[in-house]
Structure formats: structure tokens, C-alpha cells
Design a protein around this ligand. Structure first.
Ligand code: F6R
Length: 586
């Protein structure tokens, strides 16, 4: 959602903070702000827009001072305007804070503080933190006490960083990520390791209900009860530290192109404690798969593969729905929790629900330092490197690779995926990207796009339609072809665009039946297939691979189609409106 960064060191904070915010902008990007401390005063500059836009008018990167905080926002409470942008200062102007998460009881705190004379300038839930800190500091005279008393009042989920007029920086986390980077006589506090990856690879992952206070006398880590904690220093894996666009115009395009190698990386990755992990999956009574958005689509594919090959009933569930669903989750159940970020609030609460019932948690996650990783009994890493584009691309195909590997292991080899063949096929699709760019030109004025697929291709149709709506802002819907005649056919008309996910396998002929029905009503068909058919107005050719493996290969042209359509619509595929990479609110 939002990203927060803090710095205390000996170099100018403004530039360090602005550079970090640019790297973490994928987490939220409707407004931005920085506070630094210099000559004993806190100065704040903030505005609406992306980091580079606001920086070019407010010059945040040249702000003086060696202590500072910064924030990029994804609005939850209060509109997108400068007053609601972070940082927020206390009334005394002696404390400034940045916050990620939601303070659920902010209204009652605000009411109380107002009655005591405090004035609020924003509609955010976050501003109460600054004024509570001020009140508690004035009461106790101690930053440590002020933090502990403030934390005792806050409900919800939060990571926040505060700077104090005297130069101390303090931060706390509860259900939102916060990582400390340890540099040479410098401390970084960040939502993501990318926030300090240019400076250090030594990190401390603050645990839930922990806080840190950094002052001229050093660093102290405590829990919310005020007890001191000896933190573990971790070396961050190099693959997590690099996220550059290189020669690509967008991260999204770069990440789509990376798939020829990320598929192989995921395929070759070692699974820690794999014997016990597979044993647990093999022997559990109930197996559930969960995820949100794209990760849920991977759960659908996983459920299909595990049922078909391993003869294991694996029920897929949308993470945010799990609390409302009747399930049989108990201590003889396993929840396979799928998440790129490992920080999605919906997935973390699904995991909590399952844990309360005693179920085992096996996560499939890209970030092996995430909250989900730490909540799991076993974890399978995606190893596809940081994904910065908001639309999930390479993480999806890596999730599918894990699903295929699981189906292979749990079926005793009834499916033997050839990932080298898949990667070569993906390379071929990528080398025909200019053809897909041409097809996208025809979609620029479409108001609706339907994506049809049957059997295992239906989840891919759902995923393709999600990509289209997310980054090209065209209404898109994934449908199983056989359902057309049960309703959606009423929406087909002259010129409507329909994409068929239609490789030459057991679904091919039935999918073509749907295409005939659309064509008869004037629809325009884009066929994604290894086999040409005259029904296709445009044919996006994919190579022939083992028929079980088509889902990975056919995902790539759908991603490219969404990407190029986004460019046709003059949208920014890396930063789609209203979205954020990591959805840490429920
Ligand atoms: C779609 C997309 C989202 C995420 C969803 C889950 O392109 O990126 O739908 O898939 O928010 O995120 P993770 O996998 O990080 O839990």
C-alpha cells in the first residue's frame, strides 16, 4: 500500500529518501512527502503526484538535514490532496510521522485529542499518531514512554516512523512490514528492502509488536511491553536487492521478458525440507489453496493439476472470502497460501483463520522475508526476483511452475513437466511481440473484451482479463466458452472483441463452438493458439508444447496484449490508477 522510509546518518537525508521512495513507488503513488530535521527544526514538503513530479517542483531531494522520513501514499482515509499526504506533523511541530496501514480507532482518539485542544489538518487516520506522540511526550518527557503509551492506544494495523525535534528517530510495526537497514554509521527504516538496497544488505526484520528507537546513543529494539529485544541481523539475498528497468521502457515489459529465465529458476529451485513438506501435503485429510487476484488464479490451476494428476482433492478459495466460507479446515488440513508479496492482508488473515483451527500452512511466496513466509510451517520460494510492475506477470508463471512441480511430486511422476521446452516456447512468443503489438492497436477503442477458455484454460482466461482491466482500463471478462449460451451471448454484438485461449488440446473444438456463436453475431476473434483457424480475425501463434504445459505458454501473449493495449490507451502500465502492488489492507 503506502511505502515509508526513515534515515538517520551522516549524509543529506533528502536525496537518500527521495531515491528510496522512487524504488518503492510501486507500493502506492498518489502523493508523496518528506520531512527532514535541520538546525533543530522539522521541515516538511509534500504534494500530489508521483515522486519525480512532486520532486521537480518541491525539490525534496535537496532538503537539508541528516535525519528524515518519507512516504508515498495509496489513499485509504481521506481524498488525494496535499493535506492528506504524509508526513504529518504534531501540533507542536516537534514530531513528524509517516504511516502505512490503518488506525481503526482513529476517530475516538481524534475526538479525545480535539477535546484537549489538538487541531487536525487532514482527514487521515494517521495524523492521530503524531499528536498522541506529542501528548505522551509532554506527559512523560521520554520518547520511549511516549512510544509505548501511544502504541497501547492504537488499534488496527500499522508501521510508522517518527522523527523528533532532538534528532531521535523511532518506529514500530504491527501487521505491516518494517525493516531496519544497517549501514556504515547510518540506519534506514523501510517498508521494503528495496528502500535501502543501494546502501546495505544487513537488515533486521522487526517482528510484530516491536519498536525501535535510534538516537545519538545507538539503537534499542523493544517489544510493545517495553522489554528489550536482541535483534537478529540478516544478510539480504542479492536477488532481492536489484530492481532496475535496464533498457526496457517499463518494469512490466521487462518482467514479462524475464519469464524465459524465471521459469527455469523456479523450476530448478531447491525446496527446503522438501521430504517433510511433501509428506505433510500427501497425508493431510483436507487440502485448500488460497490467494488473491492473480495468485488466486494460480490456486485454480493448482487445484486442477493436483486433482488431475495427484488425485488429490484440493479446494481453491479466494483469500478475502475465506472468513465467510464453510470449510472443513482442522488440524488435519493444510492451507497452501499463494502470494507474490507475502504481505497481502487478505492472505495473512486467511492464514490466521486456518492456524486458529490448527491447520498447517505451506506458503508459495516470492519474498522469503515476508510476513507470510514467517507465518508458514513450510515455504516454497518463487525465486523470480523482485516484481515491481503492479500487474503480476513473472510471479504468476513462477507460481504455475511450482504448481506443476507439486503435481509431479505428489503424483509420483504422473506428469513430467519439461520446463526447458516451456521456456523455449515462451522465448518464441516473446520474439513475436511486435505481432501482438499490432493486434493491441485494434483494441484501443474497445469498451469490453471477453476472454474465453475452457478446462484448465479458464483460469488463464480469468488472469488475461484481469491483466487487461488492470493496466489498460478496458472492461474485460474471462468466461468458460460453454457458458456463453447461458447468458453472456446477449452481450455479443457487431465488432465486439473476443480473445480465445485455444491451444490444440481436448478443449480446442469446444472453444471453437463458442467462437462460431460469437462470429455469427459480428464479433472479432483473436485466437491464441498453436493451430490456425479461419475463424480468427487475428491469430497470435504460440508454439506447440506438451499439452499439459500450455497454460504457462499462453499466459505470456495475454500479458503482452494487456501491456500493449495499455500503451495504446496512453496509460502507464507500471502504475495503474487506484492500484498498488502490495495490498496490506483488508
Ligand atoms: C494482479 C495483481 C493482484 C495481486 C493480488 C495478490 O496483477 O497483481 O491481483 O495478484 O493483489 O497479491 P500477492 O500475490 O502479493 O498476495
Amino acid at each position: 500500500m503506502c511505502s515509508i522510509i526513515g534515515y538517520r546518518g551522516s549524509r543529506p537525508a533528502g536525496k537518500i529518501i527521495v531515491d528510496s521512495l522512487k524504488k518503492m513507488e510501486y507500493r502506492g503513488y498518489d502523493s508523496v512527502g518528506v520531512s527532514t530535521l535541520h538546525s533543530g527544526r522539522i521541515e516538511t514538503r509534500k504534494g500530489v503526484g508521483k515522486v519525480s513530479e512532486v520532486d521537480s517542483s518541491l525539490h525534496m531531494n535537496s532538503m537539508a538535514g541528516t535525519v528524515g522520513i518519507g512516504h508515498t501514499r495509496w489513499a485509504t482515509h481521506g481524498g488525494v490532496n496535499t493535506a492528506n499526504a504524509h508526513p504529518h506533523c504534531s501540533n507542536s511541530k516537534k514530531i513528524s510521522i509517516v504511516h502505512n496501514g490503518i488506525i481503526e480507532n482513529y476517530q475516538s482518539i481524534k475526538q479525545q485529542l480535539r477535546a484537549e485542544g489538538y487541531v487536525f489538518k487532514s482527514q487521515t487516520d494517521s495524523e492521530v499518531i503524531a499528536n498522541l506522540l506529542q501528548k505522551n511526550l509532554e506527559l512523560t518527557g521520554s520518547i520511549r514512554e511516549s512510544m509505548l503509551r501511544t502504541l497501547a492506544r492504537l488499534e488496527g494495523s500499522f508501521a510508522f516512523i517518527a522523527i523528533f525535534e532532538g534528532g531521535t528517530i523511532a518506529a514500530a510495526r504491527y501487521r505491516e512490514p518494517l525493516i531496519i537497514g544497517l549501514g556504515q554509521s547510518a540506519y534506514y527504516l523501510s517498508s521494503d528492502v528495496l528502500g535501502f538496497s543501494d546502501h546495505t544488505d544487513d537488515a533486521i526484520f522487526l517482528g510484530d509488536k516491536e519498536l525501535v528507537i535510534i538516537s545519538s546513543s545507538g539503537m534499542e529494539v523493544l517489544n510493545f511491553d517495553g522489554e528489550s529485544i536482541q535483534p537478529n541481523v540478516t544478510k539480504i539475498a542479492h536477488e532481492l536487492l536489484t530492481a532496475e528497468k535496464g533498457d526496457f521502457s517499463h518494469f512490466t515489459l521487462k518482467e514479462i521478458f524475464e519469464q524465459k529465465s524465471t521459469i527455469l529458476r523456479t523450476a530448478d529451485a531447491h525446496w527446503y525440507d522438501s521430504d517433510r513438506l511433501l509428506d505433510r501435503l500427501n497425508n493431510c485429510k483436507n487440502l485448500y489453496l488460497t490467494g488473491s487476484g492473480t495468485s488466486y488464479h494460480a490456486a485454480l490451476i493448482g487445484s486442477f493439476l493436483l486433482s488431475k494428476y495427484a488425485k488429490k482433492r484440493a479446494e481453491p478459495m479466494i483469500a478475502s472470502e475465506m472468513q465467510f466460507l464453510p470449510t472443513f479446515i482442522d488440524d488435519d488440513s493444510v492451507l497452501l497460501a499463494i502470494s507474490q508479496s507475502g504481505e497481502s492482508a487478505d492472505i495473512l488473515s486467511a492464514v490466521n483463520l486456518a492456524k486458529e483451527e490448527g491447520a498447517g500452512i505451506v506458503s508459495i511466496v516470492n519474498s522469503m522475508t515476508s510476513s507470510l513466509f514467517r507465518e508458514s510451517s513450510y515455504s516454497i520460494g518463487l525465486h523470480c526476483g523482485p516484481e515491481v510492475g503492479v500487474a503480476a506477470t513473472k510471479s504468476f508463471t513462477s507460481q504455475l511452475v511450482v504448481m506443476y512441480r507439486l503435481a509431479q511430486e505428489l503424483s509420483g511422476g504422473k506428469i513430467e513437466p519439461d520446463f526447458t521446452e516451456v521456456s523455449l516456447a515462451v522465448s518464441k512468443v516473446l520474439s513475436s511481440s511486435s505481432k501482438i503489438e499490432e493486434v493491441a492497436k485494434g483494441l484501443e477503442s474497445a469498451s469490453d473484451i471477453y476472454v474465453l477458455g475452457r478446462g484448465i484454460h479458464f483460469p488463464i482466461a480469468l488472469e488475461g482479463s484481469l491483466k487487461i482491466k488492470e493496466i489498460s482500463y478496458i472492461h474485460a471478462e474471462g468466461l468458460p466458452g460453454g457458458e456463453l449460451k447461458h447468458g453472456p451471448l446477449a452481450l455479443m454484438h457487431d465488432g465486439i472483441s473476443v480473445v480465445l485461449v485455444n491451444p490444440d488440446d481436448c478443449t480446442h473444438a469446444d472453444t471453437l463452438t463458442g467462437a462460431h456463436e460469437i462470429k455469427a453475431r459480428g464479433g472479432k476473434i483473436i485466437g491464441i493458439s498453436n493451430a490456425y483457424n479461419e475463424l480468427y480475425d487475428s491469430w497470435i501463434e504460440i508454439p506447440t508444447v506438451d499439452e499439459a504445459m500450455f497454460p504457462i505458454v499462453e499466459s505470456v501473449p495475454l500479458q503482452l496484449l494487456a501491456y500493449y493495449t495499455s500503451l495504446e490507451k496512453k496509460a502507464d502500465p507500471d502504475y495503474p490508477r487506484n492500484l498498488a502492488k502490495c495490498v496490506t489492507v483488508r
